[in-house]
Write a protein that binds this ligand. Structure first.
Ligand code: SF4
Length: 642
């Protein structure tokens, strides 16, 4: 049990750290004068955060919840902070009376006295939370709490250790600030372990609570981590919306399912559950992570359905790890999957072309979602009018283009704008249909929002479309230029045939004060190392706000993948290497290993020196390094003068 509790607390470490910071600040500010305003404010703040963490611990231990997240912590904090504050006031009141009557401060400082009360506080608090969350709603009667001698020893040990830490805190205020900080953190950590231990022991008396929570009809939506733990961590704090497809699932899944979202989380074994329906989406570069999660859930006794670009292209590969796969769009087959899941008759493959009726149902259901969910899934068209050979979009959309009715888009935008003033569309090409785009922009003029999109640069050929985009609040456009004017790829026609006009088109858009973001690809069949310099010169000429270069990657589903695999030129089938920054095929003119090694340099060189955003970052970096170097030198000069 102890190691289980440690795992739970460790997964909430970042939140524990926030409490430690608040506690540290409180201790530092209030040490000198015993009574000042901080003595009032900080206990409120600390009670608020701690009660949130305590509530979340109860939910995770009882298997009602799986991960610690902001939502559960704030929900619990809002509900229980007064309770914790009242519990904290009692020892304070007793202490205050003793302070006035017998001058207890001389004998025992408050933090030691509070630590002595902590045992009873955490036991009562845990009891009350469990009663409030489960016993009352599930109509379970109270049971007598029994403590084995082993558990008594563990709790007594934790209790004494905490008092010991508090003692060191008091004695190291002046002598050792470092020790003081370490002990403060240890003390908070120990208090949480104590609380969790009580919670686990109390919940052990009510096995029906965990059984009830495990038997809930739940849908787990998983978008695996992509690009390692650092990118997962960055995503957590980026404020970016979750995988857009989650919004569709949330809209069309029957309401009696509780939905849990796992967005680019560093995956832990304890997240696996039995008897759940699990839907996992993935690209090629995070397919390995997706398969590992799928297998874990399947082994635990859940049903796993996989979908997304990679799975749609290689369904048989995915079926080795999951129960069912969705090939193509999920809207048309999700109701069937739910029904088959409930009848325990899931099929291996689901594929059904999406109909107008499916779209109508989804559009209506999407409006019931929160503004946040809608803002993460603003899609006007699906598919693309071009057929670039390296891209899997034409294959995935079956070369068809769906247009969401403009009235539906406007309704969704209206709801999203109640919370967001700047919105972004997820379309791969919002300018698929010029007439549709212009009608949409004209309607959007009434909304008074700003927005951004990704589309093809042929929008610059249409003055009216550009004007309407600007007037409706468009602030930035992302273009996949991929090639530059002199590239031999131009011969392939399609989007590439506009390459000679790229500079002219870009300037026209920038003149309207619409920012341009540029994407390039290096490593086309005829490219040589010289092309890096050509891309750089081109980027410098158009000076986009942001410039990103990828390595040509044969993504499953693309014509290029079919070509190089039929020619036996794929050199690496590790899907993690398909993140657009590794050369995974045998190139005619370039050595794959050299290009892969050089790529981080190529990427940084082009972005940091040939885009306005990159130049600002470069300037700020050079400026900061110069200031720091001068400061250090001055410091040593002054030391020598002394
Ligand atoms: S224009 Fe973009 S979305 Fe369309 S096929 Fe080409 S790369 Fe894919």
């Amino acid at each position: 049990m102890f190691s289980k509790i440690l795992k739970i607390i460790n997964s909430a470490l970042i939140f524990v750290f926030f409490v430690y910071l608040a506690d540290n600040l409180y201790g530092t500010i209030t040490y000198q004068p015993l009574i000042n305003l901080n003595i009032i404010i900080f206990p409120f703040l600390k009670s608020y955060f701690l009660s949130g963490i305590f509530g979340a611990i109860v939910e995770v231990t009882s298997k009602e919840n799986i991960v610690f997240n902001k939502e559960s912590i704030f929900r619990n904090a809002n509900h229980y902070w007064i309770l914790l504050l009242l519990f904290s006031i009692c020892p304070f009141a007793i202490y205050f009376i003793s302070f006035i009557t017998i001058g207890i401060f001389e004998i025992m400082p408050f933090n030691i006295a509070y630590a002595m009360f902590s045992l009873i506080i955490y036991y009562l608090l845990s009891n009350l939370m469990i009663r409030d969350k489960y016993l009352k709603p599930l109509n379970i009667s109270n049971r007598k709490f029994k403590l084995s001698s082993r558990n008594t020893v563990v709790i007594a040990f934790l209790y004494l250790l905490n008092i010991f830490c508090e003692n060191i805190i008091i004695n190291s205020y002046i002598s050792s600030p470092m020790l003081l900080n370490i002990m403060r953190f240890c003390s908070i950590y120990l208090q949480l372990i104590m609380f969790s231990y009580f919670t686990a022991l109390i919940l052990d008396h009510y096995p029906e609570i965990a059984a009830h929570n495990e038997s809930q009809k739940e849908l787990f939506l998983v978008n695996p981590i992509n690009g390692g733990i650092i990118s997962g961590f960055a995503f957590k704090f980026s404020g970016l919306p979750p995988a857009s497809v989650f919004a569709i699932f949330k809209a069309i899944t029957p309401k009696h399912y509780k939905i849990r979202e796992f967005n680019r989380l560093y995956w832990r074994k304890r997240y696996f559950r039995k008897n759940k329906l699990v839907a996992i989406t993935c690209f090629t570069s995070n397919a390995f992570e997706a398969y590992a999660i799928a297998k874990g859930f399947k082994d635990a006794g859940s049903k796993v359905v996989m979908g997304g670009p990679h799975i749609s292209c290689l369904p048989d590969e995915a079926l080795e790890y999951c129960d069912s796969v969705v090939i193509g769009d999920c809207e048309s087959v999700w109701p069937d999957i739910i029904q088959d899941y409930e009848n325990d008759s899931l099929k291996q493959k689901y594929f059904k072309p999406i109909s107008e009726e499916d779209h109508h149902k989804v559009n209506a259901a999407l409006l019931d979602l929160s503004p946040q969910d809608i803002a993460g899934y603003l899609e006007t068209t699906r598919g693309c009018k071009f057929q670039c050979d390296f891209c899997s979009v034409p294959y995935l959309s079956n070369a068809a283009i769906y247009k969401r009715p403009i009235a539906d888009v406007i309704a969704l935008l209206n709801k999203a704008k109640t919370q967001y003033k700047h919105l972004g569309f997820i379309d791969t090409n919002l300018f698929n249909n010029p007439q549709y785009a212009k009608e949409l922009f004209a309607e959007m003029k009434k909304l008074n929002i700003t927005w951004r999109m990704q589309c093809t640069i042929d929008i610059a050929k249409d003055d009216e479309a550009l004007r309407l985009a600007k007037e409706s609040g468009c602030t930035s456009m992302l273009f996949g230029y991929e090639i530059i004017a002199g590239s031999k790829e131009k011969e392939k026609k399609g989007k590439y045939s506009m390459a000679d006009k790229y500079i002219e088109f870009t300037k026209k858009i920038q003149k309207l004060d619409i920012k341009v973001k540029a994407q390039f690809i290096f490593g086309f069949e005829n490219d040589t190392l010289r092309n890096i310099f050509d891309i750089w010169k081109f980027s410098l000429a158009i000076m986009p706000e942001y410039s990103s270069t990828s390595l040509l990657t044969p993504l499953p589903g693309s014509k290029f993948y079919n070509k190089v695999s039929s020619e036996n030129r794929i050199t690496n089938l590790n899907w993690r290497r398909y993140s657009l920054s590794y050369m995974v095929f045998k190139h005619n003119n370039l050595k794959s290993s050299t290009v892969t090694r050089l790529f981080p340099l190529i990427y940084s060189f082009i972005n940091l020196t040939a885009s306005s955003g990159g130049l600002i970052i470069s300037f700020l970096t050079i400026f900061s390094v110069t200031i720091i170097t001068i400061s250090i030198k001055l410091y040593f000069i002054l030391l020598n003068i002394k």
